[in-house]
Design a protein around this ligand. Structure first.
Ligand code: PAZ
Length: 323
């Protein structure tokens, strides 16, 4: 099956910007060990077949990237994202028979943990009089389902979690993921829910030490982060099914921006959401139109119908990637 659509090459300016970004980025710590884990995870999952054919693998990105302002970083610019979307979507992909590479911002929401309170260790457990640890009855169900849900998918080899903090780490790891994912052809999916910085300070022009306030107002020029969606789609993962997200606070421009992303970056689908209503409704934008996806009620989550719809679209894509 020839899953490669005839895509134009990435233009020379973008290629140059991408090369400069990676050439100047600080070296990724643990790159070798991340690559080893990825290769093992992907090969292991690629050899599995279920009732619906070869096992599918999705890379879910989650949380916001930071942009350091100093090499010995004290201050940084952040992109908002609690990680709830990515963590919840991961659970629904796993439930639908996918294996998941969860690329997440350190400290953000984790799969199977959304029913736990903010500080689970201190709020769910108690010390008994003989100094043993006891789960509080009020949180027992949430703790049990978090531990068993997580344990099942990790010990089964279906969930691989990789953390990032900065935009440099995020994009370097995303590139590392895409390379071995190629062997999955159209059975691979990228679900890019992370909130990724549009601007950054190139490493070589970044202050080394903490910027001093005594020097007066801060005047700083940020470079534009190269359009990596295009590079992912055209070069890193040309056969994968790619879903990106568009977040806006002004609903007047949301759909227009989502449409542009679909066309400009050749995405298979774009999930458009507004900051204030993102937990209740999202709009799935594809070449065949726009569909509003709502959560069913106050106790349910919008990721449930969203992932169901995306799994169907992915199935159609697998049957004919060039359609
Ligand atoms: O992480 P969260 O559940 O708080 O929010 C999810 C989201 C709004 C970050 C995500 O749905 C999204 O739109 N991500 C892409 C953001 C962007 O346009 O950069």
């Amino acid at each position: 099956m020839d899953a490669v659509k005839n895509l134009d090459a990435v233009d020379a300016t973008t290629s140059f910007q991408v090369k400069s970004f990676f050439d100047s980025a600080p070296l990724l710590k643990d790159a070798e060990s991340i690559s080893r884990k990825l290769t093992q995870f992907i090969h292991q999952n690629a050899s599995l077949t279920g009732s619906k054919g070869p096992r599918r693998v999705v890379c879910v990105t989650s949380g916001g990237t930071t942009v350091p302002l100093e090499q010995r970083c004290v201050r940084y610019i952040d992109n908002f994202s609690s990680g709830h979307r990515g963590a919840t979507s991961t659970e629904y992909f796993l439930k639908s028979g996918y294996s998941v590479i969860f690329l997440y911002r350190r400290g953000t929401c984790q799969p199977y943990c959304r029913s736990l309170p903010d500080d689970p260790l201190l709020e769910c457990f108690n010390l008994t009089s003989d100094s043993s640890i006891q789960v509080l009855e009020s949180h027992a169900e949430a703790v049990k389902s978090a531990i068993s849900g997580h344990h099942d998918v990790v010990s089964g080899g279906y969930l691989l979690k990789l953390p990032f903090t900065t935009i440099f780490e995020y994009l370097q790891i995303l590139r590392l993921i895409a390379t071995p994912m190629k062997i999955l052809g159209p059975n691979a999916m990228f679900y890019l829910a992370a909130a990724v910085s549009d601007f950054y300070v190139p490493w070589e022009s970044m202050a080394v030490h903490k910027i001093q306030s005594a020097s007066g107002p801060l005047d700083m020029r940020l470079a534009q982060v190269p359009k990596m969606l295009l590079v992912l789609r055209k070069e890193w993962a040309p056969t994968a099914f790619c879903v990106s997200f568009k977040l806006e606070t002004d609903k007047e421009i949301l759909l227009e921006k989502a449409d542009t992303a679909l066309k400009k970056y050749k995405m298979h689908a774009v999930v458009a959401n507004e900051l204030s209503t993102r937990k209740e409704v999202v709009i799935l934008v594809t070449e065949s139109g726009k569909v509003s996806v709502y959560r069913e009620n106050d106790l349910s989550v919008v990721e449930s119908p969203l992932i169901k719809l995306l799994v169907e679209k992915h199935s159609t894509y697998i049957m004919d990637p060039n359609a």
